[in-house]
Write a protein that binds this ligand. Structure first.
Ligand SMILES: [Zn+2]
Length: 438
């Protein structure tokens, strides 16, 4: 049996007062998601651990069954997804263009990441890529929009702090070596601080900023750094879980994750029929439908595991408007109508719908993502039918899957696809969780 895993990024939420103390998923009319819930098994899942405020990067690492291996860090994976030449051991740090201001001798972030047209980003990239390092060899690589990576050799260290404060009320700091780290961390921090200071001077006089100021736009005057990571290789998804898998998503992180796990990848930005859709949030239902059509095609052909991802609910949440998020949930629900029609006719696919983390669409500005569990449901010929009637954070908690962890998801999918190895069997020298064949 085959599997289709749909990850609705950040769709889980908290109870929102403006929605009558409901979550956006509870408040939205989602008849199609609800009919999947009625037809299968529901539960709740802590993607990383209870209370973890995890990014999509680490959460996907756990959901795809790699939580027992060290997570290399997001920039290292983005480098793999960007066609940048990197080798195992390279240190990679994310750099974001930003608008900052000085107040009482402290630097604060005003806009980060900066919003700028592609031509301006390309012009800035051309200038920043000319950086000449002093202590450690570096490469500055533009990965689109305001985003850059700095690539360092394996002698560099990941034991350094972020200069990006993440929260607007915190100040921008210099990069520092972690306590008890070695001289490599000191040298890495020195080189990144040197780059940031050099880049600030380049940006101050940059033609792009002169043009922006003439139009009354904010200058892009700073580069923030974060998430030092190291390129590493891991067992392929096929080796670890026995599936021939395809991921359908957008962006360099997901392209890199697919490459890191040696699975196939289709970038929704390249869909000719979706060329008018600019990003996951532009038309969430239509975007998700197109991705699902590709997934079904793959499952009809050679593949046996398709992962469909949409960032739309997470982006809607960060806008801070629960009602808009509820509306987006309703649009996303529309995409499941086609899926229901197609899957109801077949007995060889199980459908798993879940999320990678909760993103509160209203509340404290100190929250990025929150650590409540996310809803999860499984429907298909092998799934028990419980009495949950709605796909949301509260209803699914009463379902027959109970409460699971992100690391439980892949073993459960092996179970529902009837591929799990009988644990007493000792037929092969390679220890795998799935039934191997000769
Ligand atoms: Zn988010």
């Amino acid at each position: 049996m085959k599997a289709l895993l749909v990850i609705l990024d950040g769709i889980a939420d908290r109870s929102q007062r403006v929605l009558g103390d409901k979550t956006p998923l509870q408040a939205a009319q989602t008849p199609n998601l609800d009919s999947i819930a009625r037809a299968g098994s529901c539960g709740i899942m802590y993607p990383v651990f209870p209370g973890a405020s995890a990014g999509s990067d680490l959460a996907h690492w756990h959901l795809l069954g790699y939580g027992d291996l060290p997570f290399p860090g997001r920039p290292a994976i983005e480098a793999l997804g960007s066609d940048i030449q990197v080798k195992e051991g390279n240190v990679v740090v994310r750099l974001n263009l930003a608008t900052t201001m000085i107040d009482s001798n402290e630097r604060y972030v005003q806009i980060a990441p900066a919003y700028l047209p592609a031509e301006q980003a390309a012009e800035i990239a051309e200038s920043l890529e000319r950086y000449e390092p002093e202590k450690i060899q570096t490469r500055i690589c533009h990965i689109g929009g305001p985003f850059f990576l700095i690539i360092l050799p394996k002698e560099a260290s990941t034991d350094i702090t972020d200069s990006d404060p993440l929260y607007f009320r915190l100040t921008v700091r210099n990069v520092q070596a972690f306590e008890r780290s070695g001289k490599e961390a000191q040298a890495t921090a020195f080189e990144i601080n040197r780059f940031i200071s050099w880049a600030g001077k380049v940006l101050e006089k940059h033609r792009v900023n002169r043009a922006r100021q003439e139009k009354g736009l904010t200058p892009i005057n700073y580069v923030l750094s974060k998430w030092a990571s190291r390129v590493a290789y891991f067992p392929s998804f096929r080796d670890k879980w026995g599936f021939d898998a395809l991921m359908i998503a957008r962006g360099v992180f997901y392209a890199g994750l697919a490459r890191c796990l040696n699975m196939r990848f289709e970038n929704a930005d390249d869909f000719p029929e979706g060329a008018h859709i600019k990003g996951d949030l532009a038309s969430p239902g239509e975007d998700l439908s197109l991705k699902m059509v590709r997934a079904l095609k793959f499952l009809n052909e050679s593949g046996d595991f398709a992962i469909v991802h949409t960032k739309a609910p997470d982006e809607a949440s960060h806008g801070g408007r629960p009602r808009i998020k509820a509306r987006d949930c309703e649009e996303i629900d529309q995409a499941f109508l086609m899926l229901l029609e197609r899957l109801s006719k077949r007995e060889d696919v199980i459908l798993v719908v879940t999320s990678d983390h909760a993103t509160p669409s209203g509340g404290s500005e100190w929250i990025v993502h929150s650590g409540e569990p996310v809803p999860v449901m499984v429907a298909g010929p092998t799934a028990r039918i419980d009495d949950v009637e709605s796909f949301d954070e509260i209803s699914c908690a009463r379902g027959c899957l109970g409460q699971i962890s992100g690391k439980d998801l892949m073993p459960l999918i092996l179970n529902f696809t009837d591929r799990a190895r009988f644990l007493n069997s000792r037929n092969f020298p390679l220890i795998r969780p799935y039934r191997q064949t000769i």
